[in-house]
Design a binder for this molecule. Structure first.
Ligand code: FAD
Ligand code: PYC
Length: 416
């Protein structure tokens, strides 16, 4: 540490943060942009970043109704993996995984990507068949996947309950060594700072309340801060997708549900990997701070409340107790919910719409955090070229007309 950093440390320690440099600007909205991204979550910010960095589009804005990362990006449990069954999804999520692997360097911002491995447990013979099929499919796609036995799980995680007498005994698991976790806020902040430095306007507290069209071509957005003209609108608003779609007289095959998460008091490091069980409905990892980060399946009813019901809390806690009796005396600190956008085939929609200049990126449901960089990368391509990239071509809205669905319920990791 040199004398300048010592002075800087002392000044900032005494300054209550007022001298900190801003990581991005807070510009007034311009009258017109070449493209507007609606939604300042990770996906929207990543889209803007790749539009600027890969496609040279710099006169663009991200409009966020609240604060960036305040939606599902800042509410999720940060699990990253790419072990999906079908080629289309495996290729898309693996593109994302490769981007994760270089993301801190790319953004010059530590997103704390930690490849600590992800276990998806199986508790029935059918689970095991599905897991083995998925692991084999992953390996054919060059994705690291392993089938692990109960004994191997017990060796790696000695305090997990592998008793054959439990309600749903653990019979095996898939393991993806390159899977893991990342720091959710840092992903939003890193993309925001990098996009801003390329000239992208990030405008918070700016809600889109209408979409204007001239015939079949979009011409701009009405916002809580006035009208803004643009020929291209990329909508990336997760649980609010149907609300924006209605503004453009479109109906999307999306249901909005609450999905809850929980964190415990911080405890000493005990769990150095991620464990998920779709059958008992619980998953857990441990943050660097020491909290157990816990989640489960969606709340079954539709809703826009960022809360969720008590029965899911009870169900999740009993699942975690069953898997990890050792956690029974850990106290839970906080609980919250996000609104997830669930598609009938548990896969996203990323593409053009029947309205020219209007693009949607949605339907990530319970599993879009892991896709953040890849989703932004392919959506930027789609918005810039008015056509999908080959990696997202299959994830079109038309698949609900043609019937070419990609059923990933088995790989979703979280029941929905
Ligand atoms: P968001 O981060 O929700 O961003 C959308 C933004 O749009 C919001 O900030 C919102 O304010 C804004 N917006 C909405 N309407 C408007 C409007 N009219 N005008 C302007 N802005 C608007 N995925 C994983 O891969 N791994 C996990 O472990 C995982 N765990 C999860 C746990 C929970 C509890 C939840 C809720 C989700 C989880 N997910 C997980 C899913 C993941 O969080 C989402 O798929 C992903 O974060 C979606 O990112 P996004 O940028 O599309 O959406
Ligand atoms: O998709 O891996 C996932 C996931 C974990 C927790 C919520 N979603």
């Amino acid at each position: 540490m040199n004398k300048y950093s010592i002075f800087s440390l002392a000044r900032n320690a005494l300054s209550h943060h007022e001298n900190w440099q801003k990581a991005w600007r807070s510009p007034e909205p311009k009258k017109a942009y070449d493209a507007i991204i609606v939604g300042g979550g990770g996906h929207g910010l990543a889209t803007a970043y790749y539009l600027a960095s890969e496609h040279g589009m710099r006169n663009i804005a991200v409009l966020e109704k609240g604060w960036i990362g305040g939606g599902n990006t800042g509410r999720n449990t940060t699990i990253v993996r790419s072990n999906y069954l079908w080629d289309e999804s495996a290729n898309l999520y693996e593109k994302s995984m490769k981007l994760w692997e270089g993301l801190s360097q790319e953004l010059n911002y530590n997103v704390m990507f930690s490849q600590r491995g992800v276990y998806n447990l199986g508790h029935t013979l059918q689970d095991l068949r599905d897991i083995q099929r998925r692991v084999n499919a992953n390996r054919l796609n060059g994705i690291d996947g392993e089938f692990v036995t109960t004994e191997q799980i017990a060796e790696r995680i000695p305090f997990i309950n592998t008793s054959p007498d439990s309600r749903y005994p653990i019979l095996g698991a898939s393991f993806q060594p390159r899977g893991g976790t990342a720091r959710h806020d840092a992903v939003a902040w890193g993309f925001a700072r990098a996009a801003d430095s390329l000239g992208v306007d990030i405008i918070q507290n700016c809600e889109v309340i209408g979409i204007r069209r001239d015939g079949a071509q979009v011409t701009g957005v009405e916002t809580s801060r006035g009208y803004i003209e643009t020929p291209k609108i990329g909508v990336v608003v997760a649980g609010s997708t149907s609300v924006i779609a209605e503004m453009a007289e479109l109906r999307m095959p999306i249901e909005s549900h609450p999905l809850q998460a929980f964190v415990s008091e911080p405890i000493k490091p005990i769990l150095d990997t991620v464990v998920m069980s779709n059958a008992v409905h619980g998953y857990v990892s441990q943050s660097d701070k020491g909290d157990l980060v816990i989640g489960a399946g969606i709340d079954g009813y539709n809703g826009y409340g960022q809360r969720g019901g008590f029965q899911t809390i009870e169900h999740t806690m009993s699942a975690i107790m069953e898997l990890f009796p050792v956690f029974s005396r850990v106290r839970m600190n906080r609980q919250w919910g996000g609104i997830v956008d669930v598609c009938p085939d548990a896969c996203p929609i990323i593409g053009t719409t029947p309205i020219k200049g209007l693009y949607f990126n949605c339907g990530w449901g319970t599993g879009g955090f892991k896709a953040t960089p890849g989703s932004g990368w392919v959506f930027a391509h789609t918005v810039a070229n008015d056509a999908p990239h080959e990696l997202n071509a299959a994830f079109s809205l038309e698949r609900f007309i043609t019937g070419a669905l990609i059923d990933e319920h088995g790989a979703a990791g979280v029941a929905h």
